[in-house]
Ligand binder design. Structure first.
Ligand code: AHR
Length: 822
């Protein structure tokens, strides 16, 4: 009765809004979310026109919008949504992001389908953002599909419900397309035999495309840096691991990866008095009776040694008198497989000691032991073991085999350091580049957003050097003054307008000047001559020549809120003023559509940004059904960097199916290589058993590397780059979209060599006889083919004479490289 009474008041209130609320032909909708906060904004309709009767969700199963606030996934909640109807017929949604209503979100929509970027405010501030003449729906708590829900009821024309249903039907079809799998191919392609296609190049329509099409994105996720690409073999060398980095792992602290050979005979404590450097506040104090007891580091799942290889070993030591330690590599049986002895004379001060150990045996799981050879106490820090055999022989180097497989991709650029690592879990966790350069003992270790510790021994300097070593351009990405959109850490700072958790606030305005200067300083570090402050630091680090930085990314998948926009522009404008030639890459949120994508693009165009970074992790079916995604992008103005993408199967496996969907889609992206100037698959590296995110391009452990089919796809593009694109028409023997959506081709010319490159993708289970007007001798043919469900498919290279045709194997990607086109 109570509800009925209010509804009749509501209905009469809404009557003046003739354009929306027609007396005839109307029904009621219930816009709600479940009271546990998990559902997002759902809609139910009262088909019988009686809001006190039965509600149905038939045809309306998709959520209208969801909360963007809070930590990843389950952290994002929507409580107590209240929808308002404004006098201009638009809708406003206000909801609580916590059950205690301390932070409210607001968003608007013209049609209940497309919603604006959410803004977050204190409850007192939110009221001022709601139009004064907006009318709230009637608040109601009605079960939604058997779950307690809360929301608002509106009387609306039935045509609105029809539009919502039509949208949901579209969503269903889209989902079906996106979920298409090769496992359905036996019925999808039933009765199909060999297909015949002709590829007709249209040389007169040739256009230039980017020379940086394929790059890599290195982020310290999945133990990609410490324990991965960074060649350091001692884990937690500086005793800076911290319980806050990994609250759920009890053993995670300053002594992680360290053991005592005999804890009764040797005492150890973590101390902070007079450390080597304030940035490295912890060290280990040992009290020993000299001789046989040792401190042992177990490395990252063990230390790998190669017989005959040399390892640089170094440490800082302090003792009350002269000191002496033995450093040894031990095999799992405790046998010494290489050692050296260090001694120092200076008492009561830190002594840096370096030496070399030659391994006398190969071992997968050695440890490093430090045995004090005198009585008394000894302070130890920065205990390092670095192979001399690093990539390009760099002293503070990269693991050779891993760096090599990255180099083999021939990436034209390297993005670094994130991803989420760049903008961090809350403001205090942003990647401050200055803390990642200089002497190793002065670097600032950091909690990694992915749940571990970053020593940042592989920091900005090593990154620039790596780019130089592999002939790739650096693309550093820095936070746009706002932290990760999924931050979980409450911020101590508060934004000018709001007091909220990490993600939606920004660096306080009074600190933004210094932050902008930090970014300018990075450019100076990379490019400034040695008379500049930061250029001199680069020279001090052993690299007087500039690194020739040409581009810089600002922001990563950020919510395009007012807080973001304000800060982004400050940074962008400062860069453009000081370094007009540096290209700035912005961001348009984490998806290929939605409020951040829409608003991000609008913002980019308004401010004529050089480029923006798009991200999407979607199913193979999405790639198959969105082949023309870039065809209608504006060819003038802001360019696209497809900075993170991958094909995600339900089990996140790295199969040929996933890889072929990317190979296929890249033929289309390459067609738009005038707009999409750079691409990078993500993530790049993952250490087995230490993986937070799948799929990845390359898996590894301490001794082996597994290259995925996706790796080979990237390599087949990267090693066969083109700078001119030749459009072509594909004539097929069938009109079936199922077939044609799964066949791809692209033709490019590599102006540097004059070679013509033809890429062919066949994502069907049948052979495709392919005709084209090219013939050549000694054509390099690289192909990736096999069972689409296999994770173990590798490229095969042959040299063949090709005469105007090629037989594409089922489920294959082929690159034909014509050196002598006839
Ligand atoms: O690539 C893994 C993560 O995905 C990146 O850190 C982030 O930008 C995205 O959400």
């Amino acid at each position: 009765m109570y509800l009925k009474k209010f509804l009749s008041i509501l209905t009469s209130c809404l009557l003046p809004m003739g354009s929306i609320i027609a007396q005839e032909d109307h029904t009621y909708i219930y816009l709600c979310s479940t009271q546990d906060g998990t559902s997002g904004l759902m809609v139910a309709t009262s088909d019988d026109g009686d809001p006190t009767g039965k509600w149905t969700t038939k045809g309306l199963e998709h959520r209208l919008t969801s909360s963007d606030y809070g930590a990843w996934g389950a952290g994002k909640k929507m409580y107590n949504p209240v929808v308002y109807l404004n006098s201009d017929s638009t809708w406003t949604l206000v909801f609580d992001t916590y059950s205690d209503s301390s932070v409210k979100a607001i968003s608007s929509s013209k049609d209940l389908i497309n919603w604006s970027v959410q803004e977050y405010r204190n409850p007192s501030e939110i009221q001022s953002l709601i139009a004064s003449d907006a009318v709230a729906g009637e608040k109601a708590r009605i079960d939604y599909k058997g779950k307690k829900a809360s929301g608002t009821i509106f009387k609306v024309p039935t045509s609105l419900v029809e539009k919502l249903k039509a949208r949901q039907r579209y969503n269903l079809q889209r989902d079906a397309n996106n979920n298409a799998r090769v496992t359905e191919d036996s019925w999808r392609f039933k009765g199909y035999d060999t297909l015949h296609i002709s590829i007709i190049p249209e040389k007169d329509k040739a256009h230039k495309i980017s020379d940086k099409f394929i790059g890599i994105f290195f982020e310290d996720i999945n133990y990609s840096a410490d324990g991965g690409l960074y060649a350091e073999l001692v884990q937690n060398r500086d005793f800076e691991y911290n319980t806050n980095e990994r609250k759920k792992s009890p053993g995670w602290n300053a002594t992680t990866a360290w053991q005592l050979s005999d804890s009764a005979a040797i005492k150890a404590s973590i101390e902070t008095e007079e450390p080597i450097h304030p940035n490295n506040p912890h060290y280990l104090k040992l009290t020993t009776n000299a001789g046989k007891q040792s401190l042992i580091n177990t490395g990252f799942d063990g230390i790998v040694t190669e017989k005959g290889d040399k390892y640089n070993v170094s440490l800082f030591a302090r003792s009350s008198g002269k000191g002496k330690v033995k450093i040894a590599l031990l095999d799992p049986n405790g046998r010494t497989i290489g050692h050296t002895t260090f001694s120092w004379k200076d008492a009561n001060r830190w002594n840096k000691i370096n030496g070399v150990i030659t391994a006398t045996a190969s071992c997968d799981s050695a440890t490093l032991s430090i045995t004090p050879l005198q009585h008394g106490t000894i302070d130890l820090d920065m205990i390092s073991l670095m192979p001399q055999n690093t990539f390009n022989g760099r002293a503070n180097g990269l693991r050779k085999d891993l760096a090599q497989v990255l180099a083999d991709l021939h990436p034209r650029f390297v993005r670094f350091p994130g991803g989420c690592v760049a903008h961090g879990d809350g403001i205090d966790n942003m990647y401050d580049w200055k803390g990642s350069i200089g002497n190793l003992e002065e670097r600032v270790g950091k909690r990694n957003i992915w749940g571990y510790h970053q020593s940042r021994g592989l920091g900005y300097h090593e990154y620039f050097e790596f780019c130089e070593d592999i002939g790739a351009e650096p693309l550093p990405v820095l936070a746009a003054g706002v932290p990760c959109q999924n931050s979980s850490t409450p911020s101590r700072h508060s934004h000018d307008h709001l007091t909220s958790d990490g993600q939606q606030c920004g660096i306080p305005m009074e600190q933004m000047g210094a932050y902008v200067q930090d970014i300018l300083d990075l450019i100076e570090y990379a490019n400034g001559d040695t008379t500049t402050t930061w250029g001199a630091k680069r020279a001090q680090a052993g690299h007087p020549e500039p690194f020739n930085l040409k581009m810089i990314g600002i922001g990563n998948e950020d919510l395009i809120t007012d807080a973001f926009k304000e800060r982004f522009l400050m940074i962008n404008n400062a860069i453009k003023e000081r370094y007009p030639k540096i290209e700035v890459v912005g961001t348009v949120g984490p998806f290929y559509e939605g409020p951040d994508y829409e608003t991000g693009w609008k913002f980019a165009k308004e401010h004529n940004l050089d480029a923006v970074d798009e991200h999407y992790y979607v199913n193979p079916g999405w790639y198959i059904h969105n082949r023309g995604f870039y065809d209608n992008y504006d060819r003038q103005g802001t360019k696209v960097y497809l900075g993170e993408y991958a094909s995600h199967l339900p089990d996140r496996a790295s199969t040929l199916e996933a890889a072929l969907s990317i190979a296929l889609y890249l033929t289309d992206v390459e067609r738009s290589g005038d707009v999409v100037t750079m691409t990078s698959y993500a993530p790049l590296l993952a250490k087995k058993d230490h993986t937070q995110w799948k799929p990845d391009l390359i898996y590894f452990d301490n001794t082996s590397i597994t290259l995925t089919p996706d790796y080979y796809v990237q390599k087949m593009y990267g090693t066969n780059p083109g700078t001119t694109y030749i459009p072509s028409v594909m004539q097929t023997s069938t009109a079936s979209d199922d077939v044609n959506n799964r066949l791809g081709q692209s033709i490019v010319i590599d102006e540097e060599t004059g070679d013509t490159i033809l890429r062919l993708v066949n994502m069907t289970p049948v052979v495709v006889e392919t005709a084209f007007p090219y013939c050549g001798t000694d054509v390099e043919v690289t192909s990736l083919a096999g069972s689409p469900l296999s994770t173990e498919v590798a490229e095969v290279k042959t040299v063949q004479d090709i005469n105007k045709s090629y037989r594409q194997a089922p489920y294959s990607f082929t690159v034909l490289r014509f050196k002598n086109l006839k």
